[in-house]
Structures are given as structure tokens and as C-alpha cells.
Design a protein around this ligand. Sequence first.
Ligand SMILES: Cc1cc2nc3c(=O)[nH]c(=O)nc-3n(C[C@H](O)[C@H](O)[C@H](O)COP(=O)(O)OP(=O)(O)OC[C@H]3O[C@@H](n4cnc5c(N)ncnc54)[C@H](O)[C@@H]3O)c2cc1C
Ligand code: FES
Length: 343
Amino acid sequence: MTLTETRGFRAYKVVGRRDEAQDVVTFTLSAPDNGARAGHHLIVVAPLDPGLRREYSISAITADELEITVKREGIVSSWLHETIHPGNVLTASAPRGSFLLEDRDMPLVLLSCGIGITPMMAMAQEALGRGREVHFVHIARDRAHHAFRKQIDLYRDNGLVSHVTYKYGGDTAECDHVGEFTVDQLREILPGCAVEVKICGPSRFMQAMYDAAVELGVARNHIAWEAFGPSTLVPRTTPNERAVNQDTSGTAHSADTPETPLVTFAESQVTARWDPTSHSLLDFAEEQGVFPNYACRQGSCESCMTRVTDGEFEYVDEPFEAPGEGFVLLCCSRPVTDIELAI
Ligand SMILES: Cc1cc2nc3c(=O)[nH]c(=O)nc-3n(C[C@H](O)[C@H](O)[C@H](O)COP(=O)(O)OP(=O)(O)OC[C@H]3O[C@@H](n4cnc5c(N)ncnc54)[C@H](O)[C@@H]3O)c2cc1C
Ligand code: FES
């Protein structure tokens, strides 16, 4: 049996390829009946030795085709750039992921930096198609690295409000702003705080935009982000929220709530009560100063697989492949009972 048949992967015929910006290429894949939604990604398999898997967000969706847009960085992205052309077949998963648009009747604000633009392109396409008001803030190094310029112009014709910053120089005739993108600029651009916000880019950018959106009054459950691998953000509470979370005796709720399971990281000799505001055991471990391996934080790569020596857990996001008995993917699971992890 082939990999395609046994592990939920499919063979996609590559039907197009174009340069999108410096070091960035879009691949068009034939994908009838794809069921993809904006924000989904594919897990692409590179048949190297050893075989490697990487996630790529879907940048455009039609009934018969999907596009992924890849920045040349390391092994797999370079393999795609150098090897994959129309006529080739690419092995990849079905569209998957949880970074999806909500069905909300409010303006959508897309905040991206660098290659973090890819899921935003599909989201802009889907939201404009549904008649939503869309504000798209993007930060690129400069004009040469600004992907999707022409497509964004087309979306502008359909009502998209776009704001482009070139961080490392350019002409203000080519963009809206040159230099750092600041919280004050976000404040000016946000059409009020009753908005849905999506963020994708490097950690520092995502953290700054998340903190700024919260500070400007956007509800936390209206803000979502996607990390491309090691970058991530910590949804820190504001002083106001901390004050609200204190009861009259001054006891903070959350990590000390007695009913939550005890989580023990055996090798690290750390035990703490599960904090229900943590998304996953991986986030919780990091909050406790324990730093497991990880790469995708999406249940795809198995980098965070850890042995469970006692207790039970559940998956909050469905992993691409659940590991065998006695192991857990920390990035997409939570404890159900007191639990001991080998790490
Ligand atoms: C949900 C999700 C969606 C994603 N969507 C996209 C997308 O739409 N487009 C996109 O381009 N990427 C996307 N990514 C990132 C992508 O999955 C890969 O992580 C990325 O392409 C790098 O993989 P690689 O094999 O090319 O690099 P790797 O070989 O894994 O290297 C990763 C980084 O480490 C550096 N590196 C590697 N080896 C060394 C070394 N020896 N010393 C120093 N530095 C080194 C490389 O330069 C590179 O920057 C996404 C990731 C996730 C989790
Ligand atoms: S970090 Fe990739 S599966 Fe958990």
C-alpha cells in the first residue's frame, strides 16, 4: 500500500506555478470536491530521505483547485521551489485546521506580516464573497517581498480596505506606510472594537497585535491567530482583567481552582494545577517553565509527542494521526484527570 492510501494523504496534480514575490511561489493543485475552507492548511509530504512533512496554508480556493504559497526557507520549501512544476504530483493531506472564519455579522480585520499573508488571502476571498466588510493590514519587508500585490488590488475593487506597510523602506506611493507598524496605527485603522480579528506572522508581530487588539477593546473570543511553526503568542491578561478575576478575599481564579486536574512533568519535577485558560498541555507546560519540543503546534508533525505515565487526556483539536497507546500530542490535548507526563 502506498503512503497515499494508508495515512489519509492524497495525490494532488500540480496544474500551475507562479512567482508571487521574491522567494515566494504559488502552486496550483487540481483538487475537485476539496471541501476546503479559508484558514485550512495542507500537510505536504516531501519524499526525501527521511520523508518530511510540513504545513502550508491554502491561499486560494475554487471548486476544483487549491493554491498554496510557499516561502523558500529550509529543506522542504526549497525542495518545493526546486522540484515541483506543473505536471508533477504532490502528496498532501486533505484540507484541515481550526483557524477558520467565524460566521459573524461584524467587520473582519486581517493582520498579517510576511508569509503570514497566505491564510488571509483565502479569508479575504471568502469574507468578501459573503458580503462582509474586510480590513486587511499587511506588513512586508519591502515591495519586492510583498506577495499578492495584484490580487489585493482586485480585492480592493470588491470593497477590501487595505493598509500596507513596508518595514524596511519604500516609497509611500507604493504603500501606505514605511517603517514600524504601531498600535496607534492599528487604533486608527480598526473600524471600532466590535470586530473579528485574525492574526498571522512572526511571534513578536502576533503578540504586539494581539495585545493591542485587547487593549483597544476587542473581545478575546473574537481574536484568533495561527503560528507558522515555532512562532506563537501568549494571551496575557490585562491588569483590569486580573482585577476582575480576584474575588473579595483576593484569591485569583484559574490556576489555583481546586477542581482542575494536577499535571505532573516528571523529569522536570514540576507539578501544577491545570489552568483552564490554557489552550493545550503544550501551552500549559511552557507557562510552568517546562519547554517540550514542538514544531507545528497543530497536531501534524508529532514533534511534541510525549509519554503519559499516568492519567487521562482528551484531544481538543483533532490530531492528523493520534499516537499509539501511552503517548499524547501535547499541542492539541488537555488533561481529563490528574496526569503525569514523562517530560
Ligand atoms: C499551520 C501552518 C501553516 C503554514 N503555512 C505556511 C505557508 O502558507 N507558507 C509558508 O511558506 N510556510 C508555511 N508554514 C511553515 C512551513 O510549514 C515550514 O515550517 C516552512 O516552509 C519551513 O520548512 P522547511 O522545511 O523549508 O525549513 P526547515 O528545514 O524546517 O528549516 C526551518 C527554519 O530553520 C532554518 N534552518 C534550518 N536548518 C538550519 C540550520 N542548520 N541552522 C540555522 N538555521 C536553520 C531555515 O532557514 C528555516 O528558516 C506553515 C506552518 C504551519 C504550522
Ligand atoms: S507540535 Fe506538531 S504535533 Fe504537536
